[in-house]
Design a protein around this ligand. Structure first.
Ligand SMILES: CC(C)(COP(=O)(O)OP(=O)(O)OC[C@H]1O[C@@H](n2cnc3c(N)ncnc32)[C@H](O)[C@@H]1OP(=O)(O)O)[C@@H](O)C(=O)NCCC(=O)NCCS
Length: 184
């Protein structure tokens, strides 16, 4: 991926003291959100785009993950006509593979269920196998390809769907994920 920047020095809390809180994204978080966004996405969203998303009212649900008060990740959901679209999810490279993306996605999925959403969808780069593995865990399955969706990196997107999220089976899936997180 192009445009990645990795911090050369660690600062703030260490991943071992992980006590992760998931809280609604507010304006005051956006500087940190955009700093992460710029590290993990080749075409990062701007601060003003995040501002308009969090002002989106009942159709939007955006959250940040914090450790020791520091924003280490974020995720967003757009809800329209019974469908929930995961618009973004990013975790600070220093904090990846510690269950933070899983916690964020769990939050979005639970919010979607509580808002009566029937199906969830998202797009992911074909080469982003790590993210796809996470999405599979949440019941997302590939449903199609959008050609050159990520034109800036000349890459196709896989469209994934998780259907029937109101079903008891889906709630059991989320409960199992939550339980694993609590004991990990
Ligand atoms: C995708 C992303 C949000 C995942 O966040 P994370 O906090 O690192 O993910 P988690 O630690 O919760 O991982 C949960 C599971 O997903 C899978 N996974 C996540 N990242 C992975 C990777 N790099 N390689 C393989 N599997 C991966 C694993 O199954 C993992 O479980 P495990 O660690 O117990 O094996 C994060 O890697 C990221 O910000 N990537 C850059 C931005 C991006 O690609 N966003 C998604 C766009 S569609």
């Amino acid at each position: 991926m192009m445009g990645f920047r990795f911090a050369s020095q660690r600062r703030g809390p260490e991943p071992d003291d992980t006590s992760v809180e998931i809280v609604p994204m507010k304006r005051r978080h956006l500087r940190a959100v955009v700093a992460i966004e710029q590290q993990v996405f080749p075409s990062p969203w701007s601060l003003s785009l995040y501002l308009s998303e969090i002002a989106g009212g009942a159709t939007r649900a955006y959250y940040v993950a914090r450790v020791g008060g520091e924003v280490v990740g974020y995720a967003g959901l757009m809800m329209v006509a019974g469908e929930g679209h995961v618009t973004t999810i990013g975790v600070d490279p220093h904090w990846q593979r510690k269950g933070i993306g899983r916690r964020l996605l769990l939050k979005l999925a639970k919010v979607a269920v509580s808002h009566g959403i029937e199906d969830l969808t998202l797009e992911v780069r074909v080469s982003n196998v790590g993210a796809q593995t996470l999405y599979h865990e949440f019941g997302f399955a590939p449903a199609g390809i959008r050609k050159n969706y990520y034109a800036e990196v000349n890459e196709d997107a896989i469209v994934m769907w998780a259907h029937e999220v109101q079903s008891p089976a889906y709630s059991e899936r989320l409960d199992a994920i939550e339980e694993r997180l609590a004991t990990s």
